[in-house]
Design a protein around this ligand. Structure first.
Ligand code: 3PG
Length: 402
């Protein structure tokens, strides 16, 4: 890798800005953090920063959505997992944040508030523009080193991700270093057919992923579950009523044209499990009624999908097949993961929900690679140069010339 790591820098007495990705699933009513994997992963890099003053930054959620919350709870969780005091500062670039950073002592850790509270962090910039943003200009002189350790957002060009890297000595944190090395090793041996298993609820992201994976010949089969599966079932005319999800018409149209262009690629559920007063009832997709709550895929779908998985060379799975957190509806997610674990395929499992599911079902050791990343991972798998990697390579080049 042509990038610098923490091994290239002495961080003692230095003030370091550590960009991580602690964007976690959040309970829509209680605002509680539902999966802490991304917070746990930050610890390895923090432990490698002995003697430094560490300022941690991350985004959480998207503005206007239920998961857009402050970072106070993240600080508590980080403190718990790192076993080190972590002070939450309810500010990002204002005078409070600047004062707190200037007054830090060695080995102190602070976590600033949700980066997306700053308007600029919600826009994508060119690398040059990002260096001129107010965020970067206000904070840059307070730091000696910038550490990029947020692989899940490696495909974004927000100022906190690419801007500081233009103006500060920059290297990769331990997590990013490890993830890129492992992925590169896997991708050199990855073989076809490529089977992509997509579920969960982020439909717009999944549609983008499908288009990209097909275009780059990384998806010979796409097996659909979850809300994205329902969208394709609508597009096929097998679900006849609206799903009542945001931008439904556009997404169904998009699914429709994908099926038309690639008729042999997509598989959708033939049966599903609905929630009847907490009980699991499996029905044929054609018998679905408007008020049925779809909570999982059914047994016949699983059998069909498992056959395709067993003959895959490489499997990429992102998003659960149903509400695996509820015992009656864990069948789909658990069985799909078991099929993947039992297959001879190289397997890459992506996203926080599936990482938790693997743990819950004791399958963590049986897959080739687990990543907390979603969109960034898809792009990496398709061979795209991610902006974060480009920034790290540029920074390494500048370092070598200096
Ligand atoms: C992710 O969860 O994929 C990353 O944190 C990026 O989040 P975003 O898609 O809201 O930019």
């Amino acid at each position: 890798m042509g990038i610098l790591t923490l091994d290239n820098f002495d961080v003692k007495d230095k003030t370091v800005l550590l960009r991580v990705d602690m964007n976690c699933p959040i309970h829509p009513d209680t605002c509680e953090i539902l999966g802490t994997k991304r917070i746990e992963e930050v610890v390895e890099t923090i432990n490698a920063l002995d003697g430094a003053k560490i300022v941690v930054i991350s985004h959480q959620g998207r503005v206007g959505r239920d998961d857009f919350v402050g970072m106070e709870e993240h600080a508590k969780q980080l403190e718990k997992f790192s076993n080190k005091k972590v002070r939450y500062v309810a500010d990002v670039i204002g005078s409070l944040a600047q004062k707190e950073i200037k007054e830090m002592k060695n080995d102190e850790i602070i976590l600033l508030d949700n980066l997306r509270l700053c308007a600029e962090e919600n826009y994508e910039f060119s690398l040059e523009e990002s260096a001129r943003t107010i965020m970067v200009q206000r904070l840059k002189d307070l730091f000696d080193l910038f550490i990029l350790d947020s692989f899940p957002s490696a495909h974004r060009t927000h100022p906190s991700l690419v801007g500081f890297a233009q103006v500060l000595p920059t290297c990769a944190g331990r997590l990013l270093e490890k993830e890129v090395k492992q992925l590169d090793n896997i991708l050199t041996v990855a073989k076809s057919p490529f089977t992509v298993v997509l579920g969960g609820s982020k439909v717009d992201d999944r549609l983008k992923a499908i288009k990209l994976l097909i275009k780059k010949e990384r998806a010979d089969h796409v097996l659909l579950t979850g809300v994205i599966g329902n969208v394709f079932l609508r597009a096929q005319g097998r679900i006849k009523f609206p799903l009542n999800i945001k931008d439904e018409d556009e997404m169904v149209a998009s699914a429709h044209s994908l099926i038309g262009d690639h008729p042999d690629v997509f598989s959708t559920p033939v049966d599903i499990a609905v929630n009847k007063d907490g009980k699991r009832v499996e029905i044929d997709v054609r018998d679905l009624a408007k008020d049925d709550e779809i909570f999982d895929i059914g047994t016949k779908t699983l059998e069909h999908y498992s056959k395709i998985i067993s003959s895959a060379g490489t499997v990429f799975m992102s998003g659960p097949a149903g509400f695996f957190e509820k015992e009656n509806f864990q069948f789909g997610t658990k069985s799909m993961l078991e099929s993947i674990a039992d297959s001879m395929a190289t397997s890459i499992i992506s996203g926080g929900h599936l990482t938790s599911a693997l743990r819950q079902f004791n399958l963590t050791e049986k897959v080739s690679h687990i990543s907390t990343a979603g969109g960034a991972l898809v792009r990496y798998l398709t061979g795209q140069k991610l902006p974060m990697i480009k920034c790290l390579e540029d920074a390494a080049e500048r370092h070598a010339k200096a």
